[in-house]
Structure formats: C-alpha cells, structure tokens
Design a protein around this ligand. Structure first.
Ligand SMILES: CC(C)(COP(=O)(O)OP(=O)(O)OC[C@H]1O[C@@H](n2cnc3c(N)ncnc32)[C@H](O)[C@@H]1OP(=O)(O)O)[C@@H](O)C(=O)NCCC(=O)NCCS
Length: 181
C-alpha cells in the first residue's frame, strides 16, 4: 500500500511479505554499517528472519500498533521508516529509521520522516511524536533537529548495543508544535 510519494522518485510503501528477499539482501549488504547503531542485526541472518519481521509489522499495522514503510527509490528499496511503536492510550508515535549507506546524504530520511509525521498527526490522530537517538549518532540526531523537534532530555543506559549501554537523546514534536510549523 502506497503511504506517500515524497519526491518524483521516492515513495513510502507499507512493507509487504513480497519485499522480504530484497529487504534481506539490502540489510545484509549494509550489515556492518547498520550494526554501529542498530541492535538487531545479529538476529537477521537469513531471509526467513526478514519475512517474520515483515509478518509482525503487518499484524501490528492491523492492530494499530505500528506502521512500518519501505522507502522506494525508482523501484528499489533503500531503507525503512516507521512508527515502530504506537502508544494508543496516550496517542504517542515512536519513529525509527535506517537508510542504505549509498542512499545517505540526500535528505531522503528527513523527507520520509516529515511525511510520516503528517500521517501520524492527521490519519493516526497522534498527540505527540518521539524520536530517540543515541547521543553519538550525529546523523540521526540531525533529523529531528531539522524537523523542529524539541530536545526533551537524555536517558542514561537506554539501549544495549552489542558491547555497551548507550545513552539516548529524546526529541519530541507535539501536535501544537506541528500546527505552528
Ligand atoms: C540516520 C540516517 C538515516 C541519517 O541519514 P542521512 O542521509 O544523514 O539523513 P537524510 O536522508 O535526511 O539526509 C540528510 C543529509 O542530506 C543532506 N541533504 C541534501 N539535500 C537535502 C534536503 N533536501 N533536505 C535535507 N537534507 C538534505 C543534508 O545536508 C544531510 O547531509 P550531511 O549529513 O552531510 O549534513 C542514516 O545515517 C542511517 O541510516 N544510519 C544508520 C542507522 C541509524 O543510525 N538509524 C537511526 C537509529 S536512531
């Protein structure tokens, strides 16, 4: 399902089972680069792992618990973006993302997040969108800052990243901030 066209060559589409082979190949090709900041690379060792992940995202979408989209560049997947978790009680969406190394530096993720945020505040009726980034992940932190998020604080020992705990900077955008922007 098409979520949005973010440029003349880029689209956000909900992940579907047919994407498993291509998504696994992309993950595998970017494994060491992604492993620096994402904790799940060692859990994805074969295409079935990606298929199971996609299957979970589809069930969660049906239950309104997450919305995970592939970013397509002229017919090829170049990354993922999504509300990895939706807190329906408090109407908060938690955004996560990654791009293939070759797709970086072009503003694709900033545009993808902008689109997802619009979808979150309009279609999902969220009140608040949160992005948590490892403090040393400067490329990731630049995205919420570019989009006008407010830095709300730091969580110590927020995530176990293979060999150490890392701290997270928390950025958030409320619906009021979004309406003003
Ligand atoms: C985090 C991540 C998605 C950021 O990728 P990115 O390419 O820096 O982000 P964008 O696609 O928004 O591109 C921004 C870059 O494009 C440039 N750019 C070019 N055109 C642009 C435009 N129209 N709008 C915004 N930026 C633009 C920006 O200047 C910036 O480049 P810079 O870093 O040299 O300043 C990527 O580094 C990644 O996947 N990392 C590994 C996984 C990860 O860390 N995930 C996040 C965990 S919290």
């Amino acid at each position: 399902m098409l979520l949005d066209r973010i440029s003349d060559r880029h689209e956000l589409r909900l992940l579907q089972i047919e994407d498993a082979q291509e998504l696994f190949a992309l993950t595998d090709a970017n494994r060491s680069y992604l492993r620096q900041w994402l904790p799940w690379l060692d859990l994805i060792t074969q295409v079935d792992d990606t298929r199971n992940f996609i299957s979970r995202t589809i069930s969660q979408f049906i239950e309104h618990e997450s919305v995970v989209a592939a970013i397509w560049d002229r017919g090829k997947i170049v990354g993922l973006v999504g509300f990895n978790r939706i807190d329906r009680q408090d109407r908060i969406g938690y955004i996560g993302y990654w791009l293939a190394e070759s797709a970086r530096g072009k503003g694709i993720m900033t545009k993808s997040c902008q689109s997802l945020i619009n979808y979150g505040f309009t279609t999902l009726k969220l009140e608040r969108v949160v992005i948590a980034c490892a403090t040393k992940n400067h490329h990731s932190r630049a995205i919420p800052l570019r989009l006008g998020f407010i830095h709300e604080g730091v969580i110590r020992d927020a995530e176990w990243l293979y060999q150490e705990f890392v701290e997270h900077d928390i950025y958030a955008l409320s619906i009021e901030d979004w309406k003003k922007s």
